[in-house]
Design a protein around this ligand. Structure first.
Ligand code: CA
Length: 234
């Protein structure tokens, strides 16, 4: 089925260029020039992925990303941010606001389409692993849901992938580069620091059940998911 991609971008030439490239890649582009139009488009039909310009008139891309992450309907929607600013701080802020990836303007439509496909693969790829119970968490692969103490743990698509990888590869240490390979699909565009940002977000979510210590930092090496942690709190 054609993937529905919502482009939220106030500059018409960029919007049109992206829409053209998406159509050529057999995707279905839907355009919005500001947050209001985006909300209407989402209300009409939930897209498979959102391309979000960071510099929008009125409500900023960052605020819109936060709003989408708070809303039950759009909480798990993959978001790729389009940013004119190349600064590390903005990209990290974007990742912390809940976006899954970013593309810096000016970008080639080929690169953009490749990234869209990678993010879609990541968010929809693994659905057949069955149910895994480990360390107080229950991950239902087919339903792509995670539970702690019978409550649903709401995760973004990247945090879900990361936790899924950890739970299927528990007690082993992985470097940031290895995690990028396994969880991000070895995308050459993603920096190692991205791993730290998503680990931080995952831990913050798990904190509500005091399960953040399941994900351990192994100094100088990387990260490990351990259900037998001496430091894990009851
Ligand atoms: Ca703009």
């Amino acid at each position: 089925m054609q993937k529905r991609i919502l482009i939220i971008e106030d500059e018409a030439p960029i919007r049109d260029m992206v829409a053209f490239a998406l159509r050529r890649a057999d995707m279905l582009p839907v355009s919005a020039s500001d947050a209001g139009e985006a909300q209407l488009a989402i209300a009409e039909e939930i897209p498979d992925l959102i391309l979000l310009d960071w510099m929008l008139p009125g409500i900023s891309g960052m605020d819109l990303a936060r709003r989408l992450r708070r809303d039950e309907l759009t909480r798990e929607l993959p978001i790729i941010m389009l940013t004119a600013r190349g600064e590390e701080a903005d990209r990290i802020a974007g990742l912390e606001a809940g976006v899954d990836d970013y593309v810096v303007k000016p970008f080639s439509t080929r690169e953009l389409v490749a990234r869209i496909k990678a993010v879609l693969r990541r968010s929809q790829g693994e659905d057949s692993a069955g149910v895994i119970e480990l360390g107080g968490l229950r991950l239902d692969g087919p339903a792509q849901r995670v539970f702690a103490a019978d409550e649903q743990v709401h995760l973004g698509p990247t945090e879900y992938r990361l936790l899924h990888f950890f739970m299927t590869h528990a007690e082993r240490v992985y470097s940031r580069a290895q995690l990028l390979d396994h969880v991000w699909g070895g995308s050459v565009y993603v920096e190692e620091r991205t791993v730290d940002v998503h680990i931080r977000r995952l831990r913050k979510i798990l904190e509500a059940w005091r399960l953040d210590t399941l994900i351990q930092t192994v100094r100088g090496t990387g990260y490990r998911f351990s259900a037998h942690s001496a430091s894990a709190r009851p």
